[in-house]
Design a protein around this ligand. Structure first.
Ligand code: C2E
Ligand code: MG
Ligand code: MG
Ligand code: MG
Length: 294
């Protein structure tokens, strides 16, 4: 993984090293069993996304969790790469999409017709031949409108099969599915991605958000990304907003959507359902799209 001209010394005495290796193997085994056992232990949580103009929840991001038999929660940052390496990401990704589509449908039926659910899609899924058809089949089966579903793409380091990915995005967008570019600014070709990919939304990575209120340069950078997005008809979401002054900065530069712990952490589906009902009961602001795109 580090290239040809390198070596790494492995030493069994270093307890940490063998521990991590074993753990990864254990996780792979657990994931394999989960896939076989009807996705037992895999749970999709949802983090609310707020419109910065209307100040209300308009969408949510589906974030996968693995809960062990002992009730321990394993972070996707740890198990998604393992699922990707082992190929298990394909069935797991389908499970997340189906669960998210079902949740979205429930939200719509509960009186939130514009509510969107955003789903992370691994580059391995995007590259799969027939991926767009597989997505359409699931959305059809669940019977949820395409316009309520957002698929997130992260710019992969190895952008091979870029034409196939581009094609899948284009076909899905033709059906009304929205495409979001996740972790914007952390990849190797961020500008090229928004120049060439058919997308509706840019999600600015939280490494930028961390400094937006304290570093003038970061602030200017985010402001320019927002302007660029808007010039291209692309909406902008900021991830990882934790503090009031970060929120104020983001609102000031005119971003469209805010996601972060300041508003809420990811929660189980039923909690989000309760939250939105509470909010809609108290909040009389009409919720609608602020901008074309998303
Ligand atoms: P992501 O798609 O960029 O998701 C945002 C991550 O930031 C989530 O971490 C979320 O809990 C976290 N986050 C949100 N607001 C804040 C905040 O204010 N402060 C901080 N410090 N963190 C915040 P999570 O749930 O651990 O997911 C990590 C990554 O795992 C995701 O990053 C995504 O790349 C991947 N992932 C999660 N679920 C799935 C999935 O179903 N499929 C695929 N392929 N990847 C997934
Ligand atoms: Mg994401
Ligand atoms: Mg992200
Ligand atoms: Mg990420």
């Amino acid at each position: 993984e580090n290239g040809k001209n390198g070596f790494t010394i492995y030493c069994e005495e270093i307890e940490n090293v063998s521990h991590i290796v074993l753990k990864n193997r254990e996780i792979e085994k657990m994931l394999r069993i989960a896939v076989k056992e009807n996705f037992e232990g895999l749970v999709v949580h949802y983090q609310p996304i707020y419109s910065s103009v209307a100040n209300s929840m308009i969408a949510s991001e589906a974030l996968l969790r693995y809960i062990t038999e002992e009730g321990r929660m394993i972070s996707p940052a740890q198990f998604i790469p393992i699922a990707e390496r082992s190929g298990l990401i394909i069935p797991i990704g389908e499970f997340v999409l189906r669960s998210s589509a079902q949740f979205c449908k429930e939200m719509i039926e509960a009186g939130n017709p514009d509510f969107r659910v955003s789903v992370n899609v691994s580059i391995h899924q995007w590259k799969m031949p027939g991926f767009d058809e597989a997505v359409m089949r699931i959305l059809d089966e669940v019977n949820v409108p395409c316009k309520n579903i957002v698929l997130e793409i992260t710019e992969g380091m190895a952008a091979t099969n870029i034409n196939r990915i581009y094609d899948a995005c284009r076909k899905l967008r033709e059906q009304g599915v929205k495409i979001a570019l996740d972790d914007f600014g952390t990849g190797y070709s961020s500008l090229n991605m928004i120049r060439t990919m058919p997308i509706d939304l840019i999600k600015i990575d939280q490494t930028f958000t961390n400094d937006v209120a304290t570093d003038e340069y970061t602030h200017l950078f985010m402001r320019l990304i927002t302007m660029l997005g808007h010039q291209l008809g692309i909406a902008v979401c900021v991830e990882g907003v934790e503090e009031e002054d970060q929120l104020a900065s983001c609102k000031d530069m005119g971003v469209d959507y805010i996601q972060g712990y300041l508003y809420h952490k990811p929660v189980p589906a039923y909690v989000l359902m309760e939250m939105i009902h509470k909010e809609r009961g108290l909040n009389l602001v009409h919720i609608s799209d602020d901008r074309k795109g998303l």
